[in-house]
Design a binder for this molecule. Structure first.
Ligand SMILES: NC(=O)c1ccc[n+]([C@@H]2O[C@H](COP(=O)([O-])OP(=O)(O)OC[C@H]3O[C@@H](n4cnc5c(N)ncnc54)[C@H](OP(=O)(O)O)[C@@H]3O)[C@@H](O)[C@H]2O)c1
Length: 285
């Protein structure tokens, strides 16, 4: 994994964001924060208010027309919803004859579909980010096709590292596992938080206090796990004294088969990632 200390991306590369919503805004914000030159960033979107907001906040160039936005770009970052990516990409194809690097952050859209829509020999990077990217602590899995050269791979990595850690995948199919771990993973932790807050309240804490203690505990555990050389299993053992309080809780989790429940949930998630790719990536639509 890389990206915990993002490096400034190649300052000279012109980046066009197609789709200027939440994820695009987060990545643009990360790039600017890392010293990327605002004049090298352009964003296009049908939503004029969104474009104005981005221009005011980051002083980037904005453009209502996707084709004009990508015309001189070295990198085109596709940040529209997966459901509209097919039509957006097909319309963009004629404006990509200068063969920029294309990065897609759309969940569930395979490289083969992107190539069918955008042109067979385009350099393509498929990325699976997650929602903590919105606050700069995301985790992204990246897969590049054979047309992507080393400089383009480095550039893709630097762009995504602006919003968190980045890991390259050897096989595109690993995107499904990344989806099961980090893509959907934030929701698993939110779900655990919900249950902890609810039970904290039931045991007599105010809702505010239960929420605060739960969130700080999640953050503290993640920070400790990240800073430590020990595996999470060892960190857990260290706070589980024989005959103590934590042991009682962990015993209940084990009796309920929690690891198997997680495995089952993550298998279901990865399987849905496969079928979603078949549905969303349908190039006949
Ligand atoms: N949010 C996340 O944490 C997350 C995590 C993993 C992957 N992703 C992926 O990131 C992508 C963007 O997600 P998001 O949360 O940023 O969505 P979003 O906030 O809805 O942003 C998408 C933007 O694209 C615009 N758009 C729609 N049609 C367009 C067109 N024809 N040309 C140009 N722009 C167009 C939308 O405008 P309107 O609002 O006017 O429709 C909207 O501003 C999605 O593909 C998603 O799968 C997001």
């Amino acid at each position: 994994m890389t990206g915990s200390e993002p490096q400034p991306a190649q300052a000279s590369a012109a980046i066009a964001f197609v789709g200027a919503g939440n994820m695009a805004a987060a990545i643009i914000g990360g790039l600017i924060q890392n010293g990327y030159c605002a004049s090298n960033i352009i964003a296009s979107d049908p939503n004029q208010a969104q474009l104005e907001q981005l221009h005011e906040k980051f002083a980037i160039t904005t453009e209502a027309d996707n084709l004009k936005a990508v015309a001189k770009a070295d990198v085109v970052l596709l940040a529209v919803k997966p459901q509209v990516l097919g039509s957006v990409a097909k319309a963009l194809a004629p404006a990509l004859t200068h063969q920029p690097l294309i990065i897609s952050i759309a969940a569930g859209i395979p490289i083969a579909s992107l190539a069918a829509w955008l042109g067979d020999s385009q350099a393509l990077v498929r990325c699976m980010p997650n929602t903590p990217a919105l606050v700069g602590v995301g985790a992204s899995g990246l897969y590049a096709n054979a047309y992507t050269n080393p400089a383009q791979r480095a550039l893709a990595e630097q762009i995504l590292a602006a919003v968190g850690v980045v890991a390259w995948l050897d096989e595109e199919s690993q995107i499904d596992a990344v989806t099961a771990v980090s893509g959907s993973g934030p929701a698993y932790f939110f779900y655990v938080m919900e249950a902890m807050i609810e039970e904290g309240v039931r045991q007599g804490l105010s809702a505010d206090l239960a929420r605060q203690l739960t969130i700080e505990t999640a953050l503290g555990a993640a920070t400790l796990a990240k800073a430590s050389d020990e595996a999470p299993a060892e960190l857990r053992r260290r706070v589980t004294s024989p005959g103590g309080t934590t042991e009682q809780a962990i015993r209940r989790f084990d009796e309920a088969g929690l690891p198997a429940i997680f495995a089952e949930a993550m298998v279901a998630c990865a399987e849905r990632s496969v079928t979603l790719a078949e549905e969303l990536g349908n190039t006949d639509q």
